[in-house]
Design a protein around this ligand. Structure first.
Ligand SMILES: CC(C)(COP(=O)(O)OP(=O)(O)OC[C@H]1O[C@@H](n2cnc3c(N)ncnc32)[C@H](O)[C@@H]1OP(=O)(O)O)[C@@H](O)C(=O)NCCC(=O)NCCS
Length: 101
């Protein structure tokens, strides 16, 4: 399914949209402009299990990496995605990186 993932800074969340509209979001908090804390991810039940959550995780993490932000994955879904995609490891907040190694 074609999924478009974009930051919505007013709502503090990345949003995933398909042709059918909003399918899910990944909420975050920006701290001091250099750290992004991913707090909660949610996919509309009617879209679950179709890769929307993974597309959200990838889109959000890629954008955070491009912006040079230190990543703090509190959300268990994003944390699990980082475990499975160690290329994001260098971009984790260094104080919590050890917990992921
Ligand atoms: C978790 C959630 C975001 C996954 O979205 P999705 O679009 O179904 O995800 P995908 O289809 O991309 O991937 C599904 C994978 O996530 C895993 N998964 C499902 N629920 C999970 C959870 N709560 N935490 C971590 N991983 C989870 C599945 O086992 C599956 O793994 P697989 O790739 O090995 O098969 C969605 O099920 C949801 O909104 N759940 C309710 C809210 C929630 O529990 N949020 C996460 C904690 S903040």
């Amino acid at each position: 399914m074609a999924t478009d993932v974009r930051d919505n800074p007013d709502e503090h969340r990345y949003e995933a949209r398909t042709d059918d509209g909003l399918a899910g979001f990944a909420e975050y908090q920006l701290v001091r402009g250099d750290r992004i804390i991913f707090t909660h991810t949610e996919v509309d039940p009617k879209f679950e299990g179709q890769g929307i959550g993974s597309a959200l995780a990838k889109g959000a993490l890629d954008d955070a990496r491009e912006r040079g932000l230190q990543i703090v994955p509190i959300c268990p879904f994003i944390a699990r995605y980082v475990h499975r995609h160690p290329e994001y490891m260098p971009h984790l907040d260094e104080r919590i990186r050890k917990a992921f190694e």
